[in-house]
Design a protein around this ligand. Sequence first.
Ligand SMILES: C[S@@+](CC[C@H](N)C(=O)[O-])C[C@H]1O[C@@H](n2cnc3c(N)ncnc32)[C@H](O)[C@@H]1O
Length: 210
Amino acid sequence: MNYGDELQRGIAQLGIALDAEAQRKLLDYLALLHKWNKVYNLTAIRDPQQMVSHHLLDSLAVLPHLWAGRWLDVGCGAGLPGVVLAIARPGWRFELLDSNSKKTSFVQQAVIELGLKNVSVHCARVEEWQPSEKFDGIISRAFTDLGDFLRITRHLMAEQGRWAAMKGLAERELAGVPDGCQVERIIPLQVPGLHAARSLVIATCPMAEH
Ligand SMILES: C[S@@+](CC[C@H](N)C(=O)[O-])C[C@H]1O[C@@H](n2cnc3c(N)ncnc32)[C@H](O)[C@@H]1O
């Protein structure tokens, strides 16, 4: 099966509607990732077939559980999940942040080449980053444990905002959730072609604690 067919089948299995342009951009992003990975070592997954399931579909699987608004992807690496989500939701705003300039340079170049108008890229340590506007949602994949994720990004969250942490098995991290924060839901996910546990943790830290 070619990458396009695998992607299309996975999208159908996830029950997501994505038009032909979005699917083409996802494949263009995959091609950029594959090309520049050889030079910059952006991701440990080198096989483009595996990138479809482990990067594209893994990122798309959370989409039905997210909400419209202004999003921050912390520790975005090569742009995951942020670039994928931004392609799928052109009407939402995405800020992608990583402390590694090699990775943010790649993401910035990909954003230009893919013509993504709803994305900004920042190179900074998240603990020190002070944007002018706060976020409705903060997401991360493979960034840090749940407790630290909430703790070090708390200054960036808008009053009614919520966190979305992409995890394997989340239960073992619940004990580290800081005082004043709570886990709202743990959503088990099935990612087509990816045979490992995946879940999405939705968390809040009530306003008084900001
Ligand atoms: C394991 S990678 C995950 C990348 C991507 N989210 C993914 O799933 O492929 C973690 C990323 O977090 C970044 N990172 C680590 N500490 C950070 C910090 N304090 N502020 C911003 N980025 C950080 C690293 O540079 C790295 O790119």
